[in-house]
Design a protein around this ligand. Sequence first.
Ligand SMILES: [Zn+2]
Ligand SMILES: [Zn+2]
Length: 121
Amino acid sequence: MRFLRLIVILTSVLICGCHKGPTSANGTVYNGFLCKACKVKFYTDSDVYADFCPQCKSVDVQGVGSYVCPADQHLTIGPRNRAGLACEQCGVVVMDMHLPVEGELKSWGAVKKSKSEVSSR
Ligand SMILES: [Zn+2]
Ligand SMILES: [Zn+2]
């Protein structure tokens, strides 16, 4: 009597040990937000998404992106949308948006917030 041998095929899984956040050409990117209720500007690490405003607790927070004007290189930070955003310097509608980096957010006037300040999850 013969026994069937079970062949276990081991599949090696490559696990990336690096936990670097997403970056752009300018450096590490963050999630920038603008509270529609109290107009406070803030930002979080890119893996944190704000559920409410850290100041007034409103849930009406808008994610923002960086728009660099092709005409004058002026940076305008505003709501992320498909329609683009008018350059605050010359008024040209800028379609090309990138996720903001820390320097852009700070010069915009945003303050960094931790996950516990903007999310209950
Ligand atoms: Zn607010
Ligand atoms: Zn412009």
